[in-house]
Design a protein around this ligand. Structure first.
Ligand SMILES: N[C@@H](CCC(=O)N[C@@H](CS)C(=O)NCC(=O)O)C(=O)O
Length: 370
């Protein structure tokens, strides 16, 4: 292999996250469509799992999971890191990556599969991706077939009819908050995108910007978010603007991010706690080291409406990054985070919540650390 490959799809949430990162960092890559044959010949044999995107490095290492891919590439391409070097900003960045990756999947999946216009578009896209050579009719049949497990996943994610008004209200409020923020800032933390921007662009690009119904909604309600999406998907390559833009000086966290963090804490915070508890219980009851993708049920509240969804231990893996960063801070650095903690209800409590049993990723499987 001579060049890096991103194997994914335009219609895929996490592929969008990684593509934006690669473009921002000006890392050379070619994009390969994750068709049915690419799944059989490359993705499954190289990773053992069926997720996209995957990244194949120019020296032929196959990596799966966008967070791990980015961490790998940050070492290879350290220029203009997407990890702020200061405590408050890096914590905010990790929190918002966790929020985008693991929670905003709810509005993303709701709008894609519950709005007929989006659904039809996505089905056609699924078909085009899986079988690029097939004719339109065949693609549609394949698209219908392949879309079933995704559309069918809504209840497992907590997206049920009774929750729909609350999910939409919360999403529109989030758009309004983000719009206020991006009216003043190019990215979350100034003039350089951070991990948090890449976490948010996943749901906010492929589903909530590119799907037609959602795209119109975003254009109508949040033009500054649209402008940020455009900056994220078509960044000026780093090589064209040395020195790169920078994060805000003095570890500043704009006040416009507080309502967004607060929304995350109130919706996703209780789910993170229940997930940590249930992982602990599961470990007490099961001798295996490989933990299933879902292990039970958690409850949550969005805009005062309660629902339930499956418990995904992977969410704890993402959370461990926030937790470990915070607990690794020493003395003065930890003290500076206090202002962030005092401006957000529930963050300190969540960061101090016990992780009963840690999880880690080995060979693309989530495992218990016993
Ligand atoms: N945490 C993973 C998530 C990857 C993921 O869930 N990708 C979706 C497509 S956007 C997928 O392949 N889903 C298949 C499935 O859920 O079985 C990452 O960051 O790469």
């Amino acid at each position: 292999m001579t060049t890096n490959q991103l194997i994914g799809a335009e219609v895929s949430l996490y592929t969008g996250k990684l593509r934006c990162y690669l473009k921002y960092k000006d890392i050379p890559f070619e994009e390969v469509v994750a068709s049915q044959s690419v799944f059989c010949d490359v993705i499954i044999p190289r990773t053992g799992v069926r997720y996209i995107p995957i990244f194949i490095t120019e020296d032929d290492q196959a990596i799966q999971d966008t967070t791990e891919i980015i961490d790998f590439l940050e070492k290879r391409y350290p220029e203009a890191s997407v990890y702020p070097g200061t405590p408050k900003q890096n914590l905010v960045s990790l929190l918002l990556e966790t929020y985008g990756d693991e929670w905003l999947v709810i509005p993303a999946m709701h709008y894609r599969w519950n709005k007929p216009e989006n659904r039809e578009f996505a089905i056609a896209e699924f078909g085009r991706t899986a079988a690029p050579e097939a004719n339109r009719e065949e693609q549609l049949a394949i698209g219908h077939h392949n879309a079933k497990p995704f559309a069918g996943a809504l209840p497992r994610l907590g997206v049920v009819d009774e929750l729909v008004p609350a999910i939409e209200k919360s999403y529109l409020n989030l758009l309004a908050d983000l719009d206020r923020h991006f009216a003043e800032h190019n990215f979350l933390l100034g003039d350089r995108p951070c991990m948090g921007d890449f976490g948010l662009i996943g749901p906010l690009y492929a589903h909530l910007y590119r799907d037609p119904y959602s795209g119109r909604l975003m254009q109508e309600c949040a033009p500054n978010v649209v402008a940020w999406v455009k900056r994220m998907i078509e960044p000026a390559p780093l090589s064209s603007h040395f020195p790169a833009g920078d994060f805000l000086a003095n570890d500043a966290v704009p006040e416009t991010l507080y309502p967004i963090l607060q929304r995350m804490l109130s919706e996703q915070g209780p789910v993170l706690k229940q997930t940590m508890d249930q992982v602990g219980t599961w470990v007490g009851e099961n001798p295996e080291v490989e933990i299933p993708r879902a292990i039970g049920k958690v409850s949550f509240t969005i805009e005062s409406v309660s629902g339930s969804r499956l418990t995904f231990p992977y969410m704890q893996w993402m959370w461990q990054r926030c937790h470990d960063f915070y607990h690794g801070l020493q003395g003065e650095e930890k003290a500076t985070v206090k202002t962030l903690l005092s401006n957000t209800t529930g963050l300190e409590d969540l960061l101090n919540y016990p992780i009963h049993c840690r999880v880690r990723r080995i060979e693309n499987q989530l495992r218990i650390v016993r």
